[in-house]
Write a protein that binds this ligand. Structure first.
Ligand SMILES: [Zn+2]
Length: 321
């Protein structure tokens, strides 16, 4: 490539350019960040840090974080390249986070919600006791407040350093989300690249509506493990969001820049709120937006096989009727 003519790599101003992992195009970092880490050439969605995800999704200043004091412990005395306890400390220092999930309440275009975001930068977004507990508490908080639950999953799976304790989080998170559903609550999971292992196999897959970002890898075991086990070549696009949409595993593909709008619409639809409001900038809506609402609302109603349930008030009204 032309820029290699400048000589050694250190001659290039550090961090100014970034190479697309998918198409190899050199992207100007400023533009890349402005596009929320989506490749301007091929549309590849890079992993988005947890805090950036929240900033991109919620109404400015509306996020209130919960359960900030939860932290993990090395209960098993686990050592791989280094003791797990040391690794935890180092990662906490490097990321400024206590663990791989961030939970809180927020508004999205004026609609109240509980939001849970996984942070891939923290040990590959792996689910240990803290992540499991935070997701479970997020579901309980949604139940208590009567808000919809929005989860952004992005994970390499269960955290092996915590052994069976991490696997137990799969049952716990599924059980609380199931209770949320039974209580008339509503949940959405947005599967971002990559959503794999015990996270796909638990809470990420059991929400009422499953969305995914384009190109996201979503699966349990990796493709290589599967193909060597079953001794067959896997179909093209296997475990990618587009393939899973076709097979009915997920309900809709939503590009990153459209996600906030889509979530507001789904929440409006599910909670029985004034749907046209979701198309405008605020809950009170804008007349201009209302004009196209009927068509889009109908489209939202057709989302996959999901049958979003109404939350508290609306469900009660229906029962009385
Ligand atoms: Zn690209």
């Amino acid at each position: 490539m032309a820029w290699t003519r400048f000589g050694k790599k250190k001659d290039i101003p550090g961090g100014l350019w970034i190479k697309c992992e998918s198409c190899g195009t050199m992207l100007f970092r400023k533009e890349f960040e402005a596009k929320h880490r989506v490749c301007g050439s091929c549309g590849y969605h890079f992993t988005l840090p947890g805090r950036d995800r929240i900033a991109l999704t919620v109404d400015e200043g509306s996020f209130e974080e919960f359960y900030v004091d939860l932290y993990a412990e090395d209960r098993l005395g686990f050592v791989d390249r280094e003791p797990y306890g040391e690794k935890l400390e180092k990662t906490q220092e490097k990321t400024g986070e206590k663990d791989a999930a961030i939970v809180g309440t927020c508004t999205i275009k004026g609609f109240d919600a509980v939001i849970a975001v996984m942070n891939f930068k923290f040990m590959g977004g792996s689910m240990g006791v803290v992540v499991g507990e935070k997701i479970a508490r997020a579901a309980e908080l949604a139940m208590e407040k009567g808000y919809p639950l929005l989860i952004f999953s992005c994970s390499g799976g269960a955290r092996m350093h915590e052994g069976p304790l991490s696997l137990m989080q799969m049952a716990k998170t599924c059980a609380t989300i199931s209770r949320l559903g039974a209580a008339g609550g509503f949940s959405i999971c947005v599967m971002a690249h990559p959503t794999t292992g015990g996270v796909t196999a638990s809470f990420a897959s059991v929400c009422d509506v499953l969305l995914a970002e384009p190109g996201a890898l979503i699966g349990f075991a990796g493709p290589r493990v599967i193909s060597t086990t079953i001794k067959k070549e896997l179909p093209k696009g296997f475990q990618r969001a587009e393939f899973l949409l076709e097979k009915g595993q997920i309900d809709r593909l939503v590009p990153r820049d459209k996600m906030r709008d889509e979530l507001a619409r789904l929440v409006a639809y599910a909670t029985g709120a004034d749907a046209p409001a979701a198309y405008g900038g605020s809950k009170n809506g804008e007349e201009k937006a209302a004009a196209s609402s009927t068509e889009e609302a109908a489209e939202v109603a057709n989302v996959g096989q999901a049958k979003p349930k109404a939350t508290g008030k609306r469900a009660k009204k229906r029962e009385q009727a």
